[in-house]
Design a protein around this ligand. Structure first.
Ligand code: 6R9
Length: 662
């Protein structure tokens, strides 16, 4: 049992949470007042962007020293910097100021365990105390301002506590998804040079406790820099504790020398709040760093403008906190605004496909923010699991992570939203920090699946390979054309790197790597990645990352990975493999290769199909023609396109034959 699970049982937790919030069963969005507000914001943003963002920062941020400038630099010269001169602390913005504003007894965080009776409500006061205590534990372990702390944890409240504790002492947090393998964890630990890892004994998944500490131990075998490992108790699983390195979270927290108060470090606006690894077009996961003031302002602003989060509302972002969505909308955005955030430990299908809706009913969730892959997985079970529950508390439905197909949109809208609720299909990325493009008022149904319009303060453009704006209705790449406070720190500095990202000339701004089309009515439609990144169930995976994993297997001479359409996952991984001559093609070897990728990266990267090949289509300059491989994998033989650049066009026939065997 973890330290928090026993503090309140499920029903008691639900009841107390309702008592702490005003009952907000019916919170219809008032379209008129909302349209007025949005018009005002758009008008303001059309003026001087500095004044626009300065006004937002004045409204939303608490700084101990005010900024001297709103933004310095631009895309053309680089050197972008937001709110220079300001000093602030993100944990003070998310906690202390709410205590001063009389929200101390208000629910800040509600945790629902996978087990129905495991649940806890943290008021702002309680969360503040836990965060201060853990910040003191980190300090005792020698963590100082600017150090990186890695967190490899499931969806337990300790994760939120640890994140905010890092922010409090100015340590940079690096959350690694608990579904990643020990190899992936180790690679990230090496890159970020953490001296400390916070992990758990196990992850509770569908009634079983899957080992996590054991994975961490494997990773730590070759991480001499990690001097301490703090372990959260989540199950009854036996774990090995390494003397002088490992300790239990609950024991550290209960130590008599750990106090309830911890002064917050004053951070410069531009100091890094956290890093998060994500897949890019290259093989190595890339660390995306976010600043303190710009990021925090942007997630709070978007939480307000996209979701219109109100004082008494309960916001449930279903994403794992290890992804940017969880960072921005389970933690910083909602808590920054003094709202109530719900997090859930388990999966949507356990113990049955009604689980999400039972949680909505139990806690009277007002805003649910989930992913198309979840909706597609639940749709399969029909409406019965939904109809068992009262969903009348819901006011707004959010979607993120991948394009939402029309069928899923319709089901979300009709069955969950009872044809009444707005769907915020939010487009954004780890790099953008928060939502960039979203419908802000109810969209006409014929626009189901359009990400709609850039938010007030955001400017976008669809460009061709040369960076020229394309006509409405034509496809191109999505570029963000003016700086925004939530931008990741790399673009702040090095414009050249942004240029290299997609190879296109981007004198216009930040090239997102996504394809898009702006229709005749000015709605943006996102069509998916145009670079070597694929999106499996909303998880970003680099094709090169998976190829590199395959190449570490003794039998593999060459590998090429592409994404293929998949009805549930959006995209699935399809791999072509050329074996070394001393290895025989066999079904067992295919299984071994799948397991190998799973062990190297994690279950989400496991290829759905691996096809043996004798040769891969390459251009005369030796580049693998993924475009061709993608068409073959998707059975689109007629549309293979121009293969004249191929060194040996005849091998296409062999590949198609090979494909047909699958
Ligand atoms: C927030 C998040 C970013 C990539 C992004 C795009 C895809 C996200 C989307 C969407 C279409 C949406 N994506 N939201 N595509 N419509 N509403 O998911 O960040 O993990 O960095 O992924 O996800 O391809 O470039 P991240």
């Amino acid at each position: 049992m973890n330290g928090y699970k026993n503090t309140q049982a499920g029903t008691k937790a639900a009841k107390s949470c309702r008592e702490q919030r005003k009952d907000s069963d019916n919170y219809p969005e008032n379209e008129n007042s909302r349209t007025n507000l949005l018009n005002r914001l758009y008008d303001e943003a059309a003026g001087d962007p500095r004044i626009f963002w300065e006004n937002r920062a004045t409204e939303l941020l608490s700084c101990s020293r005010r900024w001297d400038t709103v933004v310095e630099g631009d895309f053309a010269t680089g050197g972008l910097r937001w709110f220079s001169g300001a000093e602030l602390n993100a944990s003070v913005n998310c906690l202390d100021r709410h205590l001063q504003n009389g929200r101390g007894k208000k629910a800040a965080l509600i945790w629902q365990g996978e087990n129905e009776s495991d649940a806890t409500v943290f008021t702002y006061e309680m969360l503040h105390r836990e965060v201060c205590r853990f910040a003191n534990v980190l300090k005792k372990k020698g963590v100082a301002k600017g150090d990186c702390v890695s967190l490899y944890l499931p969806m337990v409240p300790e994760l939120v506590v640890a994140i905010l504790a890092c922010a409090r002492i100015g340590a940079i947090h690096n959350v690694v998804f608990s579904g990643f393998s020990s190899v992936s964890l180790q690679a990230r630990l090496h890159q970020c040079k953490s001296k400390i890892l916070i992990t758990a004994d196990a992850v509770n998944r569908a009634g079983r406790a899957l080992p996590l500490k054991a994975n961490a131990d494997e990773a730590l075998d070759d991480c001499p820099d990690i001097k301490s490992c703090v372990v959260v108790r989540c199950s009854k699983r036996e774990v090995q504790m390494v003397p002088d390195r490992d300790s239990w979270f609950h024991e550290e927290m209960a130590s008599p020398d750990i106090g309830d108060q911890c002064p917050a470090e004053e951070m410069a606006a531009d100091d890094t709040l956290f890093i998060l690894y994500t897949s890019g077009a290259t093989g190595r996961p890339k660390a995306v760093a976010h600043s303190t003031a710009g990021y925090l302002l942007y997630v709070m602003y978007t939480c307000k403008v996209v979701f219109d989060l109100k004082e008494d509302e309960l916001f449930w972002c279903t994403a794992d906190i290890a992804w940017i969505t969880g960072h921005s909308y389970s933690v910083y955005g909602v808590l920054g605004l003094g709202g109530t955030s719900l997090i859930y430990e388990g999966i949507p299908l356990y113990p049955d496909p009604g689980r999400y809706w039972s949680i909505v009913e139990k806690y009277k969730v007002n805003i649910i923010y989930t992913a198309p892959t979840v909706i597609r997985a639940l749709m399969k079970f029909g409406t019965a699991p939904v109809e068992k529950y009262d969903l009348s508390s819901l006011r707004l439905l959010g979607s993120v992570g991948e394009p939402i197909n029309a069928e899923a949109w319709r089901w979300y809208h009709d069955i969950i939203g009872k044809k009444k609720l707005r769907i915020a299909d939010t487009w954004w990325q780890t790099e953008t920090g928060g939502v960039m493009i979203s419908p802000l008022v109810a969209s006409p149904p014929e626009k189901a699946g359009a990400a709609a319009h850039p938010l007030p303060g955001i400017s976008a453009m669809v460009v061709d390979e040369l960076g020229q704006q394309v006509e409405r209705g034509r496809p191109g790449r999505l570029v963000i054309t003016s700086p925004w406070p939530g931008m990741f720190k790399e673009i702040l500095r090095a414009r050249k790197k942004t240029d290299r990202r997609g190879g296109a000339v981007t004198s216009t701004g930040y090239d997102t790597g996504d394809g898009a089309r702006k229709d005749q009515d000015g709605y943006y439609w996102i069509t998916g990645r145009v670079d070597d990144v694929i999106n499996v169930s909303g998880h970003r995976l680099g094709t090169v990352e998976i190829e590199s994993a395959l190449l570490t297997h003794k039998s593999v001479a060459e590998a090429a990975v592409v994404g293929i359409p998949h009805s549930l996952k959006g995209q699935a991984v399809y791999a072509y493999v050329i074996l070394k001559s001393s290895f025989e093609q066999s079904g067992e070897l295919l299984e071994e290769l799948r397991d190998h990728v799973r062990a190297m990266i994690g279950p989400v990267a496991t290829p759905d199909v691996i096809q043996y090949a004798e040769m891969l289509p390459k251009t005369r300059s030796g580049k693998i023609m993924r475009r061709v491989l993608k068409k073959i994998a998707a059975d689109e033989y007629e549309h293979i396109g121009d293969v004249t650049a191929l060194a040996d066009p005849s091998l296409i026939v062999d590949l198609v034959e090979g494909k047909k065997k699958h």
